[in-house]
Design a protein around this ligand. Structure first.
Ligand code: SF4
Length: 280
């Protein structure tokens, strides 16, 4: 059985950075209470390891005791939450990915200059919830790729940007529809290439294998997207978090296996999956 592993499978820059920051904080502040606001990254195995080292994960700022050390996850957090933490005299370690800080700053700037802001993204994703909070005047709408009509916008000045992990093609489609209707449209390409690179690789591999294995958190949006994209090009695709979910029967008669992993999947889990596949 031939096994093809995607060259960029696993950690992206922002996730690697956030996990390293968390490890350093847990070491340097080991005698203090250390919280993370939400999961540092969307990978349950990594979060469990950090919890075993003493990290407390909470979603609500109100559950954090005053004076604690608090790590902000790679996806970022709302301005209001950061202000609440400062009011509680917490020591805030901001592990927000620099590629997420960019759209945060774009929204602040557009908001100050009175643009109506269109944010292309998933309104329930923590990154998008955080981004929306950077629009002080609340002139912002979150849209998905199905948006056709922009009649709800009452301003002639519009700014558009995207959640970092959205598809560039879908973003361009929305921009094309938007510019036709407004005198002034400002476009900010805030999409991070890490996602696109992993998706392009997955498509290339999925086209030539009998089965595709996608490794990553079941709660990871970019891993789920890799699974969906792979399904478009390969009849058999499985999404697993660890090697324990591999079932020998799925590989009966298979000659070529493709393997990819989401941007929040650590190297050691990818290695274990590869070793198990080889042993099959
Ligand atoms: S996918 Fe991009 S924006 Fe998101 S954490 Fe990774 S590098 Fe940062």
């Amino acid at each position: 059985m031939e096994i093809i592993l995607a060259g960029n499978a696993g950690y992206c820059f922002g996730v690697k950075r956030a996990v390293e920051i968390a490890g350093k904080v847990l070491k340097e502040h080991r005698r203090e209470r250390i919280y993370s606001l939400g999961d540092i990254i969307h990978n349950p195995q990594v979060v469990k390891r950090l919890k075993n080292k003493g990290l407390k994960v909470v979603t609500d700022v109100d559950r954090i005791e005053p004076g604690s050390v608090v790590i902000v996850s790679a996806h970022g957090r709302s301005e209001e939450d950061i202000r609440k933490l400062e009011a509680k005299r917490c020591f805030v370690v901001n592990a927000t990915c620099p590629y997420v800080k960019f759209p945060q700053n774009v929204i602040k700037k557009l908001s100050r200059e009175n643009y109506f802001i269109i944010l292309f993204g998933d309104k329930n994703h923590p990154e998008v919830i955080g981004l929306v909070s950077y629009s002080a005047n609340s002139n912002i709408a979150v849209v998905d790729k199905s948006v056709k009509d922009f009649g709800f916008i009452k301003s002639s000045k519009v700014g558009i940007l995207a959640q970092t992990t959205q598809s560039k093609e879908d973003f361009v489609d929305i921009v094309r529809r938007l510019v036709a209707g407004f005198r002034e449209t400002r476009v900010f390409n805030t999409i991070c290439d890490a996602t696109k690179i992993r998706q392009d690789e997955a498509i290339k591999i999925a086209k030539e294998v009998d089965i595709m294995v996608v490794i990553g958190g079941k709660n990871s949006a970019n891993t789920k997207r890799l699974y969906e994209i792979s399904k478009e090009y390969c009849d058999k695709v499985i999404h697993i978090e660890t090697e324990k979910e591999l079932d020998r029967r799925s590989f009966a008669g298979v000659k070529k296996v493709g393997v990819t992993a989401g941007a929040s999947t650590p190297d050691d889990i990818i290695r274990s999956v590869m070793e198990t596949l080889k042993s099959l």
